[in-house]
Every structure is written in C-alpha cells, then in structure tokens.
Design a protein around this ligand. Structure first.
Ligand SMILES: [Ca+2]
Length: 410
C-alpha cells in the first residue's frame, strides 16, 4: 500500500485520477485505510442532464433510455434523442400521482427497472403517499411505460406499509429517515431499503417496516427464502438499520451490501446476511438524554453504536465506516467490467455532505482494505447506478453525470 502526502496527492491529481484519503489500520473503527493511486482508470465525465430539482435516483434501460426521479416532482425519462417526458408524479406528468407527497427528506426516491423490462416495460418507484393517513406511508409502486417512453399506466402499489415519520419532533422534522433505494438483486427479487423515522422502536421491531431491508417479489410479497427471526414480517431480509440509502450486489457472489448514514458518526457499509441484524437500537439507553425516547443522536460510537455488539453479539459487522464521523453516506454501487481496470469489482460509495465519491477495495470477507477518493468534482452524491453500457451514472441534487472509465494500460 502506497501512502501519498496530501501535497503530493494534490499535485498527482492533475495527472492521475484518484487520491488517497487518511491512513492507518483498516481494522480499527474510525480509521480509513489508504489506497494506491497508480492503477486507477481514467474517468471521463459527461453531464447528461442539468437543472434538475432534488434529483434522487436513476435507472438506465438497455436501449439507453434514462429514467430519473426528482423528490418533489416524480419520475421522468430522458430518451436517447435527449428529449425528456415527465412520466409519473405531480401535475404535468403523463400519469399524475395526486397522492405523492414531498416533505422533509421524503418524496419520490428510488427507481428500478424490472429484470424483464425490455419485454414487459415494467418499473418500480419508492414514494411517500398520503393514500394512507395517520400516519402516511412510504410505498413501492409498480408501473408500465409504453414503447415510446411517453406515458405510464397500470399503477399497482405493491408495498403500502413502509413506516413514515408523519410529525416532526425534537430530533428532526417530518419526513426524516425514509430510506428509499430499490434495486433488483441477481436473484431476481426486489430489495427495498427503509429508515428508522427517528422512531426508537422501529429498527428492532419484528413487524414495522422501518429500519429494514426488504426482499420481495414483483408483486410485493415476501420473496421465498427470507429467513428473519420467528415472528418477523416475512418480507424482512435484514433489520436493525438506521437509514439505508444504498444497496448493491457484489459481482461473483451476489451478496448485497448496504450503505447508510450514521448519527454524526459511523456511516456504515455492511455486507448483508439473510435474516441478519444490523445492530442499530436507539432506545432504552438510561445513561443518555433521549428526546422523545430516541437516543440516536445522544451518544457516541461507544454509548450509541451503529452496530451494538454488546446487545447483539451476532450483529452484522460493517466492512467500513467513515472516519468515525458521519459525512452523509448515501448510495453505493459495485463497479463491474474490464473497462474499470483495477477498479473492476470495487465498491463506489457516494458521500453527500462530504461531497465526494469513495472507491473501496474489499477482501473476500467484504472488509475494506483500501479506500480512495475518485477524481470527480465535489457534489452531493445522491444516486449511483451502473448502466448496461458499463458506465457509472451519478445523481447529484441538480445533475446526472455519465462517468466513462478507461482502464489504465497494463
Ligand atoms: Ca450497523
């Protein structure tokens, strides 16, 4: 492992494509291992869309059509000729969703294409809806888009009971911690990430769907093979999460990895295990002062850990946490294909408040052994998707980029 002093790193940034972060032992919580820079691919960035408002996620069809969401507007599509149609959302959309709500962190979030999209034209979005009141809920909605990408139809709400923070309180406003990334795994099932709503009981609740990763069929039913503990909702794949903003699948093994915010410390990337507990439990901490009973912001990595191995000795261990501080970890996406050179198989993680893209090298257990910053502009890295063209699509608040790699010469 090569360590570069900061000044040299800045200089090298002019000619190389990535620079190392911190240093020291990756096995020690709070430390960031440093990667080498010499074998990174060259990254060419194209701004595909700009002037967006609260852009959140993107999905690319095999023919190049680009679906994207904006939190307070809904789902749109950019055709390959560059023209854009608002498909599903607020007034002005081809299919209006009068129940779509936009509040705090919540609104229209993830978008995913059905594995058979090319033939069934089916896709899915995650959104806050007021169809269920007191409290409102987050939903997963299935849609069909026509061949010309000009209209959406056949709305079917396949999950209607994902917890939502309906009322603000001392620790945050309504709409906080809604999760919202949706991705199909290589097993053909839809993984749905949710958040804890600042509700102390949600992450460890066996029946409430906040603070979870769900694994469901295209009808929203529990996927066969889920193994949550007895008494749990059968749609639950993993539980004990805080606010999962990213999920991606390791090439080769297909293991899902999550990425989620920490409470002012300990953003986490976690290799998920079917039925596993992420170890987040922000309740019943008598030593802490917990407004509304939510201890999530009250402690430190020892007194309010993101992964409480004292309470839950078998909790899933994170493969990496972010410097002991929270910098707003958002989406994650494995990079796949020879065009990525030495980064083929590495994990890209978007950092929002920290405004950068991290590239993690993982060992066979999924533990990060190298972490570097990609040489890309500062931005809120809100969404990441690998397109069928092998390029990385990046969603910031107001733009979508296509990042095309060129592998370094051997
Ligand atoms: Ca955890």
């Amino acid at each position: 492992m090569t360590l570069f002093p900061r000044a040299r790193c800045l200089l090298l940034a002019l000619i190389a494509t990535a620079c190392g972060g911190g240093s020291s032992d990756p096995s020690t919580p709070g430390n960031t291992p440093t990667g080498s820079t010499g074998d990174a691919p060259t990254l060419n960035r194209t701004v595909v869309l700009q002037g967006l408002s609260g852009a959140w996620d993107v999905a690319i069809a095999a023919d190049g059509a680009m679906f994207f969401t904006e939190k307070c507007r809904g789902l749109s599509v950019r055709r390959t000729d560059g023209s854009v149609t608002r498909l599903f959302g607020t007034s002005g959309s081809a299919l209006v969703a009068p129940d779509l709500q936009c509040e705090g962190q919540s609104g229209m979030h993830g978008v995913a294409l059905d594995p058979a999209f090319a033939t069934n034209r089916t896709l899915y979005v995650y959104m806050l809806s007021n169809l269920t009141t007191s409290p409102r809920t987050n939903r997963v909605v299935r849609l069909v888009v026509n061949d010309g990408y000009t209209s959406a139809s056949n709305r079917t709400d396949i999950i209607t009971d994902i917890a939502y923070k309906d009322v603000g309180n001392a620790v945050g406003g309504a709409g906080s911690h809604s999760g919202g990334r949706i991705r199909f795994g290589p097993d053909g099932f839809l993984y749905v990430t949710t958040g804890d709503n600042h509700n102390p009981i949600l992450p460890q609740s066996p029946t409430l769907l906040g603070g979870k990763v769900l694994r469901v069929t295209t009808n929203g039913a529990a996927a066969p093979g889920n193994t949550p503990p007895a008494g749990f909702d059968a749609r639950i794949f993993t539980y004990g999460h805080r606010n999962v903003q990213g999920i991606t699948f390791r090439p080769g093994t297909g293991q899902p990895f999550s990425s989620e915010h920490g409470p002012n410390h300990s953003d986490e990337v976690t290799p998920l295990v079917n039925g596993g507990n992420g170890g987040w439990d922000p309740k019943d901490r008598p030593a802490l002062s917990c407004p509304g009973g939510y201890c999530g912001y009250a402690g430190n990595p020892s007194t309010m850990p993101m992964t409480d191995v004292a309470r839950f000795p078998n909790a899933m261990r994170p493969s990496w946490n972010n410097d002991g501080a929270s910098q707003g970890m958002g989406p994650s996406q494995f990079l796949v294909g020879p065009q990525w050179g030495a980064w083929n198989g590495r994990l890209a993680v978007g950092i929002m408040a920290g405004s950068r893209l991290k590239i993690l090298e993982l060992n066979s257990e999924g533990t990060a052994t190298s972490v570097i910053d990609a040489s890309l502009p500062s931005a809120r890295y809100r969404g990441l998707t690998l397109g069928p063209d092998g390029n990385l699509y990046v969603v910031t608040e107001d733009e979508i980029w296509r990042v095309t790699p060129s592998a370094a010469s051997p």
